[in-house]
Design a binder for this molecule. Structure first.
Ligand code: ADP
Ligand code: SF4
Length: 689
């Protein structure tokens, strides 16, 4: 059972008047569902409780309509009408013994109020600071506004209690919450008793916590989430000032929740941030307070967790992404099943659900946010259906997840892979600069499959239709992946672009095969996710002189949604990459590319000795079509179904492939739902009148 080295992680601890059963603390995290998908969000939190977390929090909950962050979809507690959906969430959180926490947010300078149309109220009058630079300014809170705001916090605290929560987190981190705006000299330029000295800047948070204690403090724990460093230089709420603040207010909250800097810092992807990256910033703070501390750091290793607590750095292990990738992380440590932990890979695909206001997904855990919508459980598969055997062709993320999940259901599975290693694209991409943690997608599944007596794996087995018709498997799952195109077809070019045959053109596949160009290289990036930027890094490291040209206004544009666009541009610019934005490539000549401005069409030549084409991908679907062409022979061959999944069906990020593999495994032998919607959803109840 449990390794005694990890006993410390299971010691109970008080947070004000309530007690957490262990040290596993799911800090607030978004999920793209929020108030639009309350049952989906509630079920997701319930699974965490079942997975053994001692504390489970909501995402940020807007506590008053005068401060909201539309278009982002979080929670709302604006009036009593909001209580039932939040109660549903707290009940799910508490079902298996976790403390239920709600994070109350007043966004101040970050809330453009596009929905409520209220004039934003902030600590000082300034332009609203959002991802989208909305052309809106905030008015400074006057004394009577501050009195109102204190009352609104008390109202929200009482409603939180009514909704069944045990803990309230006051949001003052990541640059997002009003408490940080008061504390930081950058956003607090007041000359009254709420501005100036640190004591004055800390007045508001002291008042709110005191008010809340009077209102609900006998039964609820009140925590304060602040950033360890605002990371904007001397003017910001620096790590030194955070320490002064905590020392001056030792016992202010019932627990200090210490996030990193901006959200980009705190949720740093593995490409740029290691596990426990904030250790330096948090070390020693424990000596300044008698209250417990929680901190984050994409913790997935129980050794690092236990060490962090034993050393007195933290009292609680805060996790958002690790709890998404594996909601059963605490249970697995408790049951001595360390090797079953599905470690977060730090890709930040989960965050894209919030940033795109859709609904989150997770590369490692395809059941995330499908717990209610599809009834998917991260640790339990549905019972086996009528057939018995499946041949999975291709061991990329789609084929691997299908194999793992099918075996879990009890099917006999044969996994055939043309190459000598498992993993498909992930086995290759994990070798690229900064992406080694992505290999966990393969490692987790490879180990799980190795433990299953009902899976046979065949390497060096490029299958064709003829062979498959002879094998006698009942179900064929074709997960043969995709390859990068050489002809430039993507968004700018819907048909192949003119390319002079004397210019060497490489694709990401060539480079991952070890064919590396030299000298002057132009990367044409019309893919806009990570690959173009990663290859620029690789080629600079290989000694190339690199220019990257993209029709977008931003380098690696879509990585805005994974919170790493800024870090990518900064890194490549620092490495000397020539970044050319807002320009396409209209043709490739023998010794240069001809680029066009996306606005004016003005042409410019870029000399180079080779071109790397990061455009779109072509599906490897020949095998599937060859099988389909022989459908009349299936019955004699004992074949009941042939399905195409993952990149071979429609190329996308790795998370799309693990989802496709999981879905295939769930739905095999399922009933035909005809034209019905394949997931549950909630629809707003119409108001009468
Ligand atoms: P996905 O992202 O959809 O899982 P990948 O491209 O990562 O796709 O993986 C596809 C895998 O399928 C690769 O490892 C490739 O070698 C393998 N593969 C492709 N065609 C065949 C085939 N005919 N027989 C066996 N394996 C194949
Ligand atoms: Fe981790 Fe990626 Fe899953 Fe987010 S999507 S929890 S970063 S594996």
């Amino acid at each position: 059972m449990r390794d005694p080295r990890y006993d410390i992680l299971f010691e109970p601890m008080d947070i004000g008047p309530v007690t957490s059963k262990n040290r596993f603390y799911q800090v607030p995290h978004c999920n793209g569902g929020g108030y639009r998908d309350p049952s989906a969000a509630a079920a997701m939190r319930g699974i965490k409780s079942q997975g053994g977390w001692g504390v489970v929090f909501t995402e940020q909950c807007e506590m008053h309509h005068t401060s909201e962050i539309t278009p982002f979809i979080e929670l709302r507690l604006w009036e009593d009408k909001d209580i039932p959906q939040l109660r549903k969430m707290s009940e799910k959180m508490k079902e298996h013994g976790a403390l239920a926490g709600i994070q109350l947010a007043y966004s101040g300078i970050n809330g453009p109020n596009l929905y409520s149309k209220e004039v934003p109220l902030a600590v000082s009058a300034m332009p609203i600071r959002t991802f989208t630079n909305d052309p809106v300014q905030a008015r400074a809170l006057d004394k009577s506004d501050i009195r109102d705001l204190r009352r609104w916090f008390v109202n929200a605290a009482k409603r939180s209690k009514d909704a069944g929560f045990d803990l309230i987190c006051l949001y003052g981190a990541h640059g997002f919450g009003i408490f940080q705006h008061f504390l930081s000299r950058a956003t607090n330029q007041r000359s009254d008793e709420y501005g100036g000295s640190l004591e004055n800047r800390a007045r508001f948070v002291n008042e709110v916590i005191s008010d809340m204690r009077d209102a609900v403090g006998d039964t609820m724990g009140i925590t304060l989430r602040v950033s360890l460093d605002e990371t904007i230089g001397d003017l910001g709420f620096s790590n030194a000032e955070v320490r002064d603040f905590i020392e001056m207010n030792r016992d202010l909250p019932d627990l200090w929740d210490l996030a990193q800097g901006t959200w980009e810092d705190c949720s740093g992807p593995s490409r740029f941030k290691e596990e426990a990256a904030q250790e330096q910033l948090v070390r020693g703070i424990h000596d300044l307070t008698d209250k417990p501390i929680v901190g984050v750091g994409r913790f997935t290793s129980p050794d690092v967790m236990a060490k962090t607590i034993r050393s007195g750095t933290l009292d609680f292990i805060g996790c958002a992404r690790p709890s998404i990738a594996d909601p059963f992380l605490p249970k697995k440590i408790e049951e001595g099943r360390i090797e079953d932990i599905r470690e977060c890979i730090g890709c930040n695909i989960c965050i894209t659900g919030d940033m795109t206001m859709s609904i989150s997904r997770c590369t490692q855990n395809p059941t995330f946010m499908e717990e209610w919508r599809k009834g998917w459980h991260p640790e339990q598969m549905n019972a086996k259906g009528g057939s018995s055997s499946v041949l999975v062709v291709g061991s990329g993320p789609a084929g691997l997840e299908a194999t793992r999940a099918l075996a879990e259901r009890g099917y006999d599975v044969a996994l055939a892979e043309a190459k000598t290693v498992l993993g498909g694209r992930v086995a290759r991409e994990r070798q690229l600069p900064g992406l080694s943690a992505w290999g966990r997608v393969v490692d987790y599944r490879e180990y799980q499959i190795s433990q299953k007596p009902n899976v046979e794996t065949y390497f060096d087995s490029p299958l064709d239709a003829e062979g498959i018709l002879e094998f006698g498997f009942e179900n064929i799952c074709v997960a043969t992946g995709a390859k990068w195109r050489e002809d430039g077809v993507s968004r700018q070019h819907v048909v192949p672009m003119p390319i002079n045959g004397d210019m060497p053109v490489y694709t990401p596949d060539h480079i991952m095969d070890g064919k590396i160009p030299s000298g002057k290289v132009v990367i044409y990036d019309d893919d806009h996710y990570y690959m173009g930027g990663v290859l620029a890094e690789l080629l600079v490291n290989a000694g190339c002189d690199v220019t990257i040209i993209t029709p977008s206004a931003y380098l690696s544009d879509w990585t805005v949604n994974t919170l790493e666009q800024h870090a990518i541009h900064k890194k490549l610019a620092g490495m000397g990459v020539n970044v050319v934005l807002n320009r396409g490539v209209i043709r490739i000549e023998a010794d240069h590319v001809v680029s066009d401005c996306v606005y004016t069409g003005t042409e410019q030549n870029f000399d180079c000795g080779s071109v790397v084409m990061v455009a779109s991908k072509l599906e490897n679907n020949e095998l599937y079509h060859a099988l389909k062409a022989r459908e009349s022979e299936w019955a004699d061959a004992g074949i009941k179904s042939v399905e195409l999944i993952g990149d071979a069906n429609a190329p996308g990020p790795i998370a799309w492939a693990t989802y496709a593999g999981h879905r295939y495994a769930r739905e095999l032998d399922g009933e035909d739902i005809g034209d019905a919607l394949p997931f549950r959803r909630e629809i707003t109840e119409l108001a009468i009148g």
